[in-house]
Each structure stands twice: as structure tokens, then as C-alpha cells.
Design a protein around this ligand. Structure first.
Ligand code: ZN
Length: 471
């Protein structure tokens, strides 16, 4: 069995004996990929869709954590944390939420079994298998309906909003261990754990609350993996992943006020420019100003990247195409931007500061900073090399093709990710692969935007972007 555990928001530099003693041991025993990347925007649902499809957002279509889809809600963007909104989006677009085949679908076509569980938002858990080819459990809901009814009638039901995140974690892990795995005998399991994301948002990276949450998750996952090692007749492989890194909110991100001040937006609720996540949706009247708006954004002190949908690039001097950061889908907003980031440290000595909306959070993610774009990727167990620290660039997008390959299934050519051969006992040595770095640039209005990448073969990974004075 291959178990994919996602520790939401775990920065790879927090994997250590002090904070995650079990994961630190596993990373020393197996392979620790110290150059792994999330996809951009470095936020949960976008990366959940990339884990499920092995594709960049430009191909799977879940291009931001919030999406403005007038056919679903003309008044406001939908939150992708809300699974019903995701289903409404699929219904509005010929029934397909993700526009690329998913890992569970590809497994089912080959007669392989899959189950998934998640203690985060129902939307994130739903994205582990949005066509529900197999049972899925979240703390608040389960799919399909017959499985939810079974949980309620025979296994003590689900939790309510008042449950703590520790209770949510324990509940979904117990359902996986005691109900789904023994009954469905899956070949692949995804377990998405909501911490340390929740504690880091509320209290800060490496705050006492976040440290406590990390230790709890570390112990829960240790207990599950050790139980499975004993209970399963077949060998076990475990991937320990995170969906994105994290950064501390250091300054305000005045998007709406600045758009109004510059005359692009009439009021906070006007439909001319609708901000949602990292996206700026322009209505038909405002779209002719896309170039003017993109160039203005480039000069704003709270911005570190300006990316326009590929079909609009020639109208937007200084912007990079969204395909340069993994995007540009029919659902993409005309303009996306990254909040400005810096290397400053928080009060706990953790580097990585970003402009953000405080609103209850002291830390966040989503930018093109290396602190948000670096994710955790550790592999351990059957078929995995031992005692390797890999410098080879890789990413969350590579997990699905690697899992398929390990099960003897050829990943479809449409997948953007690569098989991580260097992790496997029968693969090449990581030291024999030849990683490289390169940059793309654009400039206007005295500002130069630079996007840095790592690459191996034809596969590229976004490291970070920044905007600096030109010349
Ligand atoms: Zn997340």
C-alpha cells in the first residue's frame, strides 16, 4: 500500500528532531527531498488539485483558492473550501471540476483501489477524489451518501463545527484505520491533515500553539504508520508531504483600497475589478484597461509578481504570462499577482515575511516567495531508497506520476509531473541527474520582474519571483 500523508502548511525547514521527531527519523531513514516545490498560488486547494492530477493549475483548472464564476454566483467569488460550491462549479461546466484525469480515476481504470480522508475543509478533502470513484471521509461529511449513512449508523457519525482540529485529525485517522483500510484494502490512500496550517495561521510559525499541533500530528501519524506496518500483509510505502510552505504577515495588502484610489475600481463591492485570492477578475467594461492595470500593479510596493492570462500578454507590458507560473486556464482571471515578500524573521526567528490581510491570521501562504513555494516531500518504505538527501528539484506535481509508476501503471503524457526515479531503489542516483537554474524577465515603468526556476531535464519548478528597479 502507498500512503500519502499531507501535513497542511508544513515548511520543510521545520522537519527536525525537536518539532517532528518521528518525521525527522523517517526522513533520515528514507529520502528527504530538500528542493521540493508547491505549485503557485501556494495555497491549499490549488495544490490539492495538483496532488490529485499530477498537473499544474493551468491544466487542472483549480487556479486559485477563490474563484469568481458569475454562472455560480454573480455577486461574489466562491470559496474552494466549500465542496458544494465546487460541485456547483462542476455542474456549471459540463460536470467536470478538474479538467485533467485524477489519480483515483486512473487507478480505478486499472482495477486498483483508492480511499481518502481529510481533517481540513470539506472542499480540500473533496479534491482528493472529486469524481468520488471511492469512499472519502472528512470530519464533517463523507462521500458517497451511502458511506456517510454507514458512518452515522454504525460508527458513531461525524463531528460538528465545535470539534477542535486535534479531534478532527483523530476522527478521520480512526475512520481510515478502523473502517476504510480494513474494508476496502486500498492500493493507495491519501490522508490530508489540517495541521500545522490552522495553528500557524492563528498563532504564528513556530509559536507554542503551532509547535504543539506539530507534535500532535507527528505522534498521530507515527501511530498510524506503525499500526499499518504491523497490520498490513503487503509492504508499505509512505510519502510525507505538505501542500505549501508558510510566511508571516509583515505588512498590509491594500488591494481593494489601492484599486479604488487608482481609479480602477468604483467601490469595495463594484463589479469592475473583483479581487479573489491572487486573482483580479475584470468585467467587460474594465477589460480594455487590462494593460494599464497590469503595468500599474508592477509599480506597487505590495506586489512581487504580475501575471496575465496568456491571450492578454501582448496588451500588458512588464507582465509575465500566467503559463510562466503554471497557470493560464479558461477559468483564470485576466490578471494574477503575488503579494510582496521579504527574508525578514518573525518573533520566533523564522524567516519569510509577506504582505497580507491580517483579519484573524498572523501568518499565511499564497505568494511566490521561496518560503511559501517550498513544500515538504519525504518518502520512506517499500521501493524507496534509504538514507538519501536529494537536492534534485521536484514538486508536489510529481507525486501522482510516481505513485502510478510504482504500481506499474504508465503515467499519461498529459501529466505535467515527472516520475521521481531518483527516490526509487531501481532508479538512477540523484547525484547523476543534472539540475539547472534559469530566469525569465520582463520590464516596464522602470520596474523589472524576474521569475527564477529550477529544472531537471524538461521539467521546471518555480523557485520565486520578485520585482526590482530596472537598470
Ligand atoms: Zn494548505
Amino acid at each position: 500500500m502507498i500512503l500519502l500523508t499531507v501535513w497542511d502548511g508544513l515548511r520543510p525547514d521545520l522537519v527536525c528532531d525537536e518539532l517532528t521527531p518521528y518525521l525527522a527519523r523517517q526522513s533520515e531513514a528514507g529520502v528527504f527531498c530538500q528542493h521540493s516545490h508547491a505549485v503557485w498560488p501556494s495555497a491549499t486547494r490549488i495544490n490539492a488539485a495538483s496532488l490529485s492530477t499530477g498537473c499544474q493549475p493551468g491544466k487542472h483548472g483549480l487556479v486559485d483558492n477563490e474563484l469568481y464564476v458569475p454562472a455560480v454566483d454573480p455577486q461574489a467569488p466562491i470559496s474552494c473550501a466549500d465542496w458544494r460550491a465546487l460541485q456547483a462549479l462542476a455542474d456549471a461546466e459540463q460536470g467536470r471540476l478538474l479538467t485533467a484525469p485524477t489519480l483515483p480515476e486512473l487507478l480505478a481504470q486499472r482495477g486498483r483501489r483508492f480511499v481518502s480522508a481529510g481533517s481540513g475543509s470539506p472542499g480540500t478533502t473533496y479534491l482528493t477524489n472529486p469524481t468520488v470513484t471511492a469512499p472519502i471521509v472528512n470530519w464533517a461529511v463523507a462521500w458517497p451518501r451511502a458511506f456517510e449513512a454507514e458512518l452515522v449508523e454504525e460508527h458513531g457519525g461525524l463531528l460538528t463545527e465545535s470539534a477542535s482540529s486535534a479531534e478532527r485529525n483523530r476522527q478521520v485517522i480512526a475512520t481510515l484505520r478502523d473502517v476504510l483500510i480494513p474494508r476496502d484494502r486500498p492500493d493507495v490512500v491519501t490522508l490530508w491533515i489540517t495541521e500545522p496550517d490552522h495553528a500557524q495561521h492563528g498563532h504564528g510559525i513556530r509559536s507554542p500553539e503551532a509547535v504543539e499541533a506539530l507534535r500532535q500530528v507527528d505522534a498521530e501519524v507515527a501511530a498510524l504508520v506503525q499500526y499499518l506496518e504491523r497490520a498490513l500483509p503487503e509492504p508499505l510505502t509512505v510519502f510525507y508531504l505538505s501542500d505549501h510552505g508558510f510566511e508571516t504577515i509583515g505588512s498590509d495588502l491594500p488591494v481593494t483600497a489601492a484599486l479604488i484610489g487608482a481609479g480602477f475600481k468604483a467601490s469595495a463591492s463594484s463589479p469592475d475589478v473583483v479581487p479573489a485570492g491572487c486573482s483580479l477578475y475584470l468585467n467587460d467594461e474594465t477589460l480594455p484597461r487590462v494593460g494599464e492595470l497590469a503595468t500599474w500593479l508592477l509599480t506597487q510596493p505590495w506586489v512581487s509578481g504580475v501575471f496575465v492570462r496568456d491571450d492578454l500578454l501582448t496588451a500588458c507590458p512588464g507582465a509575465l504570462p500566467q503559463s510562466a507560473v503554471g497557470g493560464s486556464h479558461a477559468r483564470s482571471a485576466p490578471i494574477m499577482y503575488s503579494p510582496r515578500w521579504s527574508d525578514e524573521c518573525n518573533t520566533y526567528g523564522v524567516p519569510g515575511m509577506v504582505a497580507g490581510h491580517p483579519g484573524g491570521s498572523v501568518a499565511t501562504h499564497g505568494s511566490t516567495s521561496p518560503y511559501a513555494l517550498r513544500n515538504t516531500l519525504v518518502a520512506w518504505g517499500a521501493g524507496i531508497r534509504t538514507g538519501l538527501v536529494s537536492d534534485v528539484p521536484c514538486g508536489l506535481v510529481d507525486v501522482a506520476p510516481t505513485v502510478l509508476h510504482m504500481l506499474g501503471i504508465k503515467p499519461p503524457k498529459t501529466m505535467d509531473g515527472r516520475v521521481l526515479h531518483e527516490l526509487l531503489t531501481d532508479g538512477p542516483w540523484a547525484a547523476d541527474l543534472r539540475p539547472s537554474t534559469f530566469a525569465r524577465q520582463s520590464a516596464a515603468e522602470g520596474c523589472r520582474q524576474v521569475a527564477w526556476y529550477s529544472a531537471v531535464g524538461t521539467h521546471t519548478y518555480l523557485d520565486h519571483t520578485l520585482i526590482e528597479p530596472a537598470g
